[in-house]
Design a protein around this ligand. Structure first.
Ligand SMILES: [Zn+2]
Length: 201
């Protein structure tokens, strides 16, 4: 058994696993504390909640635009299987591959990827709150800025009650199910954006 990489005196026992042991227990505890501090730079705001699904904005203190928004996360809970399906969309406002220095009390420096910190934060903060028996996550890296469409009222009289999948947005009720959806959304980046709530502080 080799010695701990940090103090170089105690035998390395953690993290557990074939050939993965690099730290002794006291140093591992310190390392976790540093990781928590790095993860603490993320914060979450829940923006929508239903009985089976929630949507969150995740913010990071290093991001200056949009109050620090760096990711949008959806959780969908399958109550029968007690399974949580997580979708995370990462905005390109954070250098996700960037190595974040983790510095120990002893002055030893190590590194963790921002993406790993985010995933660890997500698992601890959001996924953990659901207490589901199992969970899976799909992570998508996005390019460009998101845009926002303001809240709108819809006229229920214009919905075809026999077709729950009728396209939204201005169907006149006479369109057959094969009619293409009307596109009366505003042009991108003009006027329709705004109203995104800020992070809770
Ligand atoms: Zn040690």
């Amino acid at each position: 058994m080799s010695n701990c990489k940090i103090c170089r005196t105690n035998p390395a026992t953690l993290p557990e696993g074939e050939g993965r042991e690099r730290y002794c227990e006291p140093c591992w505890t310190t390392r976790l504390k540093q990781l928590w501090q790095a993860e603490d730079k993320f914060r979450t705001q829940r923006v929508i909640r239903t009985s089976e699904a929630e949507k969150y904005f995740v913010f990071h203190e290093a991001v200056k635009q949009d109050d620090g928004l760096c990711a949008v996360v959806f959780c969908l809970h399958d109550a029968i299987a007690d399974h949580l399906d997580v979708s995370a969309y990462l905005l390109e406002v954070l250098a996700w591959e960037e190595k974040v220095p983790i510095i120990y009390k002893e002055g030893v420096e190590s590194e963790a990827e921002q993406l790993d910190l985010f995933l660890s934060y997500l698992e601890g903060d959001i996924v953990g709150s659901w207490r589901a028996a199992s969970w899976t996550m799909e992570v998508t890296r996005t390019a460009g800025q998101s845009f926002w469409v303001d809240s709108r009222e819809r006229d229920p009289d214009k919905d075809d009650p026999d077709d729950p999948d009728a396209p939204e947005g201005g169907a006149e009720g006479e369109d057959g199910p094969d009619a293409p959806p009307d596109t009366d959304l505003p042009p991108r980046g003009r006027g329709g954006r705004g109203g995104r709530p800020g992070p809770s502080r």
